[in-house]
Design a protein around this ligand. Structure first.
Ligand code: GLU
Length: 256
C-alpha cells in the first residue's frame, strides 16, 4: 500500500520546541517496520519552525516573518538530521523535498516533483516533505501541512493518508473542554461534519480541524482514504494500515 503520513509539530516536539525523543524514535521505528512489510511510505513532516524555536532558545513561536523563516531554516536541518539518524538505524534512506505553492500549481514543476517522488520510491527511499518555509508565507504558500499532505497524497496516487495529531480524531465538540464530546469513527459525507471544524490548539503548530477537513475533501475526492489519529500512540499506525477502526476515517469517494 502507498501511504502518506503527516506528522505535526505537537507530535514531534514538546511545547518548548525541543524534540520529543521517545515519541520520535518510536514513530521512526514503526514507520521503518511498515516499510519493511512492503508498504511505500512518504512522510510529510512539520516541525521546522518549532524545532528552530527550540534550537535557537526563542521564548515562543516568532510572529514576524524573517524570524519565523530563520527559525525554519535552522529547524529543518535539525529535523532532517534527526530523521536521517533514526531511520539509518533501521537501514532506511531518507530524502528531503521542500515545496512551495508554485511548485504544486505549475504543471511542469509539479511533474518534476511527482517524477522525483516516484523515482525515490522505486529506489526504496523514504521521501520526507515539508513546505519550503524560507520562501513561502502563510498567505501566499500552501499554508499548512495538512493541505500539503493531501496534495502529496493525490500527486502520489496514495491509497491512504494518515494525519497524526495531538487529538484522537474528529469530535462532535472540543474534548478538552466538553466532557460530552464524542469521537466520530467514520465519515462518509464531509458536508455533515464541517460544523465540527475548530481552531488550532497548540502553541507551535498551525493546523486544526478546519485544515484537516479541507485535506479530507482533497484526498477523498481523489479516491484516497484519510485517517486522523493521535501521534502520541505510534503503535496505532499498524492498526490503521490494516484498516482497523482507529481515530476518524474519512472514506474515499466511491467507497461511501
Ligand atoms: N511547515 C511548517 C513547519 O515545518 C509547519 C506547517 C504546519 O504544521 O502546518 O514548521
Amino acid at each position: 500500500m502507498k501511504i502518506v503520513i503527516k506528522l505535526g509539530t505537537s507530535t514531534l516536539a514538546y511545547p518548548n520546541g525541543c524534540l520529543n525523543i521517545k515519541r520520535t524514535e518510536e514513530l521512526c521505528k514503526v514507520i521503518s517496520d511498515l516499510k519493511n512489510a512492503g508498504n511505500e511510505i512518504i512522510l510529510v513532516s512539520s516541525g521546522a519552525i518549532g524545532m528552530g524555536v527550540g534550537k535557537l532558545s526563542l521564548k515562543e513561536r516568532p510572529t514576524d516573518m524573517p524570524t519565523k523563516q530563520a527559525a525554519a531554516a535552522v529547524g529543518q536541518c535539525e529535523l532532517m538530521y534527526t530523521y536521517d539518524k533514526l531511520f539509518s538505524e533501521y537501514n532506511h534512506i531518507v530524502a528531503q523535498i521542500l515545496l512551495t505553492a508554485e511548485d504544486v500549481r505549475h504543471d511542469e514543476r509539479h511533474e518534476h516533483f511527482t517524477n522525483t517522488l516516484n523515482r525515490l520510491l522505486a529506489l526504496g527511499v523514504l521521501p520526507i516533505i515539508n513546505e519550503n518555509d524560507t520562501v513561502s508565507t502563510e498567505e501566499m504558500g500552501i499554508g499548512d501541512n495538512d493541505t500539503l499532505a493531501a496534495v502529496v497524497a493525490v500527486s502520489a496516487g496514495a491509497e491512504l493518508l494518515i494525519l497524526l495529531s495531538d487529538i484522537d480524531g474528529l469530535y462532535t465538540s472540543d474534548p478538552h473542554h466538553d466532557p460530552d464530546a464524542e469521537l466520530i469513527p467514520v465519515v462518509g459525507e464531509l458536508s455533515e461534519v464541517m460544523k465540527y471544524a475548530g481552531e488550532p490548539g497548540s502553541p507551535l503548530g498551525t493546523g486544526g480541524m478546519k485544515t484537516k477537513l479541507h485535506a479530507a475533501a482533497l484526498c477523498t475526492a481523489a479516491g484516497c482514504d484519510m485517517v486522523i489519529s493521535n501521534g502520541a500512540k505510534p503503535m496505532l499506525l499498524y492498526d490503521i494500515a490494516e484498516g482497523k477502526a482507529v481515530g476518524t476515517r474519512f472514506l474515499a469517494a466511491g467507497k461511501r
